[in-house]
Ligand binder design. Structure first.
Ligand SMILES: [Zn+2]
Length: 120
């Protein structure tokens, strides 16, 4: 399953982002995954559990935000929110369709452990 190699790349992004933000532990990793991205959220979670071991994100949790599919017709300038990508415009029947959102696969943000709360 390609989610593992995908998550490996995301973990690299997370690790360098955590370093830039001060190098604390990563408590939350928030991903945005488009409906058309072709990845399985459960597989991603599974991959995260394995790959986060021994990293700054070991104690972190993975949040996955699903981005809906939105397509745009250049013919009639309408936007649609279909269940599946269609090459034909449901409104004017045109075939000049583009995907606006739905193919994202990115780390939206990460949250680091709040070190201030540890001072006692
Ligand atoms: Zn149209």
């Amino acid at each position: 399953m390609h989610e593992v190699s995908l998550m490996q790349n995301l973990m690299n992004v997370v690790a360098s982002a955590a370093e830039e933000q001060g190098g604390g532990k990563v408590m939350t990793v928030h991903l945005r995954i488009g409906r058309m991205a072709g990845v399985n959220a459960d597989s991603l979670r599974f991959a995260f559990d394995i790959l986060s071991k021994g990293t700054v994100a070991e104690e972190g949790k993975l949040e996955i935000e699903t981005v809906p599919l939105v397509i745009h017709c250049r013919g009639c300038s309408e936007d649609f929110n279909p269940e599946q990508f269609s090459l034909t415009c449901p409104s004017c029947g045109g075939k000049d369709m583009m995907i606006v959102t739905g193919r994202e696969m990115e780390v939206d943000y990460i949250l680091l452990e709040d070190e201030k709360s540890e001072t006692g």
